[in-house]
Design a protein around this ligand. Structure first.
Ligand code: EPU
Length: 348
């Protein structure tokens, strides 16, 4: 049966909406309601509608960091404003406001085309600009939080638009206040401050080697972006080719005692210190050594290219993907005594 569509001022409301094209794991779940919001000003009236206001609320960007284990019983909101506006320049930094619906990768390329620095290591990350602060996206030694000045959001608890400073966003490793309290916030726009010149971050494994292979001795931001693009394309499965949501698990943290014991048992396990005295471990290594890289049950699998990536080979349901993820988690726990936490949002 086709879904019912209702055109409202500033947004399109769809009842019983199919989600298969709206999540990069390609799970064929449905949502009771879905609103495509073209003008954020329409949001308060939309959320106040009697049919919608008591429902569980989920904000979705491109669905590149979410696993639907069942149909969504509430309302999904997708903000579509993709406008980019330069606000001014000062202290050697350029201030830019970007609508939540802009593609993250398109935004990074916009900055590179204008010789702005900072986001080059974050090229090719799937998803929207509005989703970037939620889990403080990061790659190749850079986290987006470093360049965020302010986030404009609807505070659903208070019922008002607010502007949160970077400090108020409470950023951490793949974490923020938005991730800790997801029903409270709908991000409308992100304001960035980008330097004209910034020290390049080249220390992450592989970048210098890639630049050398490209024959670049004196790199600029565009060269680093090209190196990261090549590394990602080689290492990570492309969501356009095979359903996935990037890293499915976070790199786990353990205390120094457990890290030391693991170092004796597994000298090749990559470990690095994080502030607070704890030690982070490479989840991909643990998964591969537990024998789960390339594992497949039906259409649910772990990528054979990168052990950390859960993939949908075709028709896997969300429940099947989640069952496989839990199986991998149990295998790693049994082999190494380390508990892995999912990185994407697992719903419901
Ligand atoms: N490794 C394996 N087997 C594999 C892949 C990796 O043993 O199949 C080991 C290697 O020893 C490697 C180590 O794991 O040295 C770390 O791997 P990698 O450099 O690929 O980084 P990662 O920690 O697995 C993180 C992010 C990625 C990001 C890369 C590059 C997390 C959870 N993931 O992966 O982010 O692209 O670093 O910076 O922090 C994402 O969040 O969706 C994502 C893809």
């Amino acid at each position: 049966m086709p879904s019912a569509r209702l055109e409202l001022p500033g947004c399109t409301l769809i009842e019983d909406a199919p989600l298969v094209a709206r999540n990069t794991l390609r799970v064929a779940a449905r949502s009771a309601w879905l609103a495509e919001v073209h003008d954020a000003a329409a949001l308060p009236d939309l959320l106040a509608r009697p049919a919608l206001r008591a429902l569980p609320l989920l904000t979705l960007g491109d669905g590149s960091n979410v696993l639907f284990t069942a149909d969504w019983p509430g309302l999904i909101v997708q903000l579509r404003d993709a406008g980019i506006a330069q606000l001014g320049e000062g202290d050697g930094r350029v201030h830019v406001r970007v609508g939540a619906g802009a593609s993250w990768d398109a935004w990074v390329r916009w900055t590179l085309a204008r010789d702005l620095a900072g986001l080059e290591n974050l090229i090719l990350i799937p998803g929207t600009v509005g989703a970037a602060p939620i889990q403080n996206i990061g790659a190749y030694g850079v986290e987006v939080a470093t360049f965020i000045e302010q986030v404009e959001a609807w505070d659903h608890r208070v019922g008002a638009w607010v502007e949160l400073s970077a400090a108020a966003c409470g950023f951490g490793y793949r974490d923020s206040c938005f991730k800790r309290d997801p029903e409270r916030w709908i991000i409308r726009a992100v304001r960035f401050a980008l330097p004209r010149q910034a020290p390049l971050c080249l220390d992450y494994a592989g970048i210098r080697e890639e630049l050398a292979a490209m024959g670049v001795a004196d790199p600029r931001a565009v060269h680093v972006a090209e190196a990261v693009l090549r590394l990602r394309t080689r290492k990570l499965p492309d969501p356009a080719q095979i359903g996935n949501a990037g890293s499915f698990f976070k790199n786990p943290e353990v205390d120094a005692t457990q890290a030391a014991a693991l170092r004796v048992r597994c000298p090749n396990l990559p470990q690095w210190s994080v502030p607070g005295g704890r030690i982070k471990l490479a989840a991909a290594w643990l998964i591969e050594q537990a024998g789960c890289k390339g594992l497949r049950r039906g259409d649910a699998g772990m990528s054979d290219r990168h052990a950390l990536v859960l993939v949908n080979h075709g028709q896997a349901s969300g429940a099947e993907l989640w069952a496989l993820a839990q199986h991998v988690r149990a295998r790693v726990r049994d082999a190494f005594g380390v508990d892995l936490e999912p990185e994407p949002r697992v719903l419901p």
